[in-house]
Design a protein around this ligand. Structure first.
Ligand code: DC
Length: 467
């Protein structure tokens, strides 16, 4: 089996220079993962893709053909057939890489590539999330740091030698900005793995840094050799690793939500009375289980999905505004419409960009005192039968630890018609204790999901008898 050494740390800590020297000394393959993020940024910049638009970047990713090759042991980066090893080193690309690396779809896109290289070779891989996400089972993990000023002077010297006109102040400002971006992003932020050895190179020369890290590597590898095989941790599945690449370590349960503003709640009451009135005219609406709807906010409503009006059917009985996920496309329509859906609590889900941002936004909405409406099936059921639920609802419930209220919306036929009989039923709130939240691993999430889906199924069956 190959040996994997992970080196993480902020920009300019000397990771690549040190890792290259160590790889040579140890005859390992050196993998600079920053170059991959830089190549994605270069592609987007060259093709005039707005790197601040996650969706636009996500849509272009399938066209990005990036590969690493080795020439006399030196890594070469090939982007769509062109060797871009030098072109990716400009300050503009550095800043672009820092931006695109915060996009979940970009991280997932590069994930398998990095893992596959590590599977086949003895490697020293450097980056930001190698020890925490890409290779959580790496044999040795190093977290390399140095003060921002020291890193800026090193980078400044490097750039000046290449004839780059940037001043020291500009380089320092750049380093500080990239540090901020890299440590504050939602997905896989830069942080030290719990089992990484930290090495601060502020006052060390290059040779001293290499020696210090070489010693750590040797110590750790010889310690590992003396551990019996059965005590060594098992390789995690690629699926589990992908889920872990969404870092939820800073997502806390919703314990102290803000009470919803009384003034806004009053405005919402008026809107609710008006919408209920309109809906009662448009449909033959029957609501059951109103007593199960809590008077305060910060609950999850998990409902079956039958029509585009479902968020409103669920909302008209809640005293506190709800929030719900909506297709990103809806947020690029007419300004008034966008204002209205945002006021009604909708927030965008960008297709193909992973779940990280959506989960954090969902939790944030619960913390703001709103309820969160989730349709676990994802798509509408045409015949009223309950489809399979997705795991997202369980993950949010496990992380937020708030009550989940199952709900069912039922009507006959495929589409809602004027004066259709519509039945909305709310079930008893399922407390976090009843959900038996054990963790956010696949098995625990499946169990949570089935408790929620069983709750909805029961209500769907009850409704069928009343239609
Ligand atoms: O190491 P570098 O400066 O070449 O990295 C360029 C950018 O890519 C940096 O701002 C952070 C990002 N990056 C990342 O997010 N994860 C990695 N594994 C490597 C780099």
């Amino acid at each position: 089996m190959s040996i994997n050494i992970a080196i993480d740390g902020p920009s300019g800590a000397g990771k690549s220079t040190i890792a290259k020297m160590l790889a040579k000394k140890m005859e390992y393959v050196y993998v600079d993962t920053g170059a991959l993020y830089r190549s994605v940024a270069l592609y987007m910049l060259r093709n005039n893709v707005d790197i601040n638009n996650d969706r636009a970047v996500g849509e272009e990713l399938p066209k990005v053909d990036v590969r690493l090759t080795y020439n006399n042991g030196t890594q070469q980066v090939i982007l769509c057939g062109e060797n871009v090893s030098d072109s990716i080193r400009t300050p503009e690309v550095s800043m672009g890489a820092s931006r695109v690396s915060a996009i979940p779809a970009v991280r997932q896109f590069l994930f398998d590539l990095q893992r596959n290289i590590a599977k086949e070779n003895n490697i020293i891989m450097d980056g930001r999330d190698i020890g925490t996400v890409v290779l959580p089972n790496a044999d040795v993990k190093i977290f390399l740091t140095a003060s921002a000023e020291e890193r800026a002077s090193r980078r400044f010297r490097e750039l000046s030698e290449k004839g780059d006109p940037s001043t020291y102040e500009e380089v320092l400002a750049d380093i500080n900005k990239r540090d901020y971006n890299d440590t504050h992003r939602d997905v896989a932020p830069l942080k030290k793995a719990d089992d990484a050895a930290e090495v601060d190179t502020t006052s060390l020369t290059l040779e001293q840094s290499v020696e210090a890290i070489y010693k750590v590597i040797n110590d750790r590898l010889s310690q590992k050799e003396s551990v019996p095989a059965e005590e060594k941790p098992k390789e995690k599945s690629s699926l589990a690793l992908k889920r872990e690449s969404l870092d939820f370590s800073n997502v806390k349960p919703v314990t102290n939500p803000k009470p919803y503003s009384k003034i806004r709640a009053f405005g919402y009451l008026i809107l609710r009375v008006f919408v209920t009135f309109c809906f009662k005219i448009a449909f033959n609406l029957k609501v059951y289980g109103k007593e199960n709807v809590p008077k305060t906010g910060s609950n999850i409503f998990a409902s079956c999905h039958r029509s585009n009006l479902d968020p409103i059917f669920i909302a008209i009985n809640a005293r506190v505004p709800n929030s719900y996920m909506a297709k990103d496309e809806l947020f690029h329509c007419n300004k008034f419409f966008v204002w209205l859906i945002k006021y009604m609590g909708a927030f965008p889900v960008v297709r193909g960009s992973g779940d990280g941002g959506v989960i954090s936004t969902s939790i944030q909405k619960l913390e703001e005192g709103r309820n969160l409406v989730i349709f676990p099936e994802g798509t509408r059921s045409k015949d009223g039968k309950l489809g399979r639920g997705k795991t997202g609802v369980a993950l949010i419930a496990a992380l937020a630890q708030v009550p989940v209220i199952p709900a069912a919306i039922s009507f006959k036929g495929e589409k809602l018609k004027f004066r259709s009989k519509v039945i909305v039923t709310y079930g008893k709130p399922i407390s976090p204790e009843e959900l038996k939240i054990e963790g956010s691993d696949t098995r625990s999430l499946k169990k949570i999901k089935s408790v929620i889906m069983d709750g909805i199924a029961e209500l769907v069956n009850e409704n069928v008898n009343k239609l």
